[in-house]
Design a binder for this molecule. Structure first.
Ligand code: PAF
Length: 283
């Protein structure tokens, strides 16, 4: 695996790949890789001739300076893992490489970004769109892979690709969970042992709510989750929304949509965690 730190070198290598008619898969990450990321890399390796994994903690998507400072970083271990997964290129740029000058672009994803994460993390999705679009321009992948844990991010990236008329297939990949159900996240490693135990309640509550939903209204299911989470000492719920999986707008009744997802964000101690569950998906 090659480790590349400049866009110029990346373009030159990928130019040769493209000339040889090779397909290119991109897995954008912020590093601190876990098995969730590994599943995205495996999908890309299986579906493309060349897989590029970017590792870049993107400052423009952090609305909280402490969160940016404390975000886990371990590039050496990340590259070792990517090597075992048969990734071809790790793209590991410095901040100055991706932002030679401040990125002043303002995207408009309304109403997708006005719900859920939007009000709690102002500017977050604009920052995500800035970096992901830069990565897309630098790599020009055929396909790019994103996890469904960041459900809203995935919808917004699809919308960005539409707005920018990019010819990139966005592949959404299922949430990967620890054996006990906790959704994998780089932030999990910041949890204390006690918080890690408590964090289990999130997925357990979501799974239970899927059973509950079979016999109860959507409003009752929403309350079921909110009450269970609010009852836990050490949790601070930001939102639990039951939304249409495409528009991300709140749904009132189970019959209102064929694709219904419950999305949650909460603080477990000082660590912000998100998760989601599909209540209904008719393809
Ligand atoms: O999901 C993430 O890790 C980040 O938001 C992404 C897509 C790599 C952009 O920095």
């Amino acid at each position: 695996m090659r480790v590349v730190s400049t866009v110029a070198e990346l373009r030159s290598i990928l130019g040769e790949c493209r000339a040889a008619k090779k397909t290119i898969g991109l897995v954008p990450t912020m590093g601190a890789l876990h098995n969730g990321h590994a599943s995205l890399v495996e999908r890309s390796v299986a579906g493309n001739d060349v897989t590029v994994v970017s590792i870049f903690v993107n400052p423009t998507q952090f609305n909280d300076k402490n969160d940016l400072m404390n975000y886990p970083r371990n590039v050496e271990a990340d590259c070792a893992l990517l090597d075992t997964l048969n990734a071809d290129i790790a793209f590991v740029p410095e901040v100055e490489e991706m932002y030679p000058e401040p990125d002043t672009r303002v995207f408009n994803f309304a109403p997708l970004d006005s719900v859920m994460e939007g009000p709690f993390r102002p500017g977050h999705f604009n920052g995500v769109a800035q970096i992901v679009s830069k990565l897309f321009y630098a790599v020009e992948p055929d396909r790019a892979y994103f996890g469904e844990k960041d459900f809203q991010q995935l919808a917004i990236i699809r919308e960005m690709v539409r707005q920018l008329s990019l010819n990139i297939e966005i592949v959404g990949c299922p949430i990967v969970r620890e054996a006990d159900g906790l959704a994998m996240s780089s932030r999990n490693m910041l949890l204390s042992a006690e918080e890690r135990e408590r964090a289990l309640i999130i997925s357990r509550t979501l799974f239970k709510s899927a059973e509950y939903a079979r016999e109860h209204s959507l409003a009752a299911t929403k309350s079921f989750v909110e009450e269970a989470i609010n009852a836990v000492d050490g949790f601070r719920l930001e939102y639990f929304q039951i939304v249409d999986g495409n528009t991300l707008q709140p749904v009132g009744e189970w019959d209102d949509s064929n694709y219904i997802v419950g999305c949650i964000a909460l603080f477990c101690g000082k660590i912000r965690l998100i998760d989601n569950i599909k209540y209904k998906e008719v393809k």
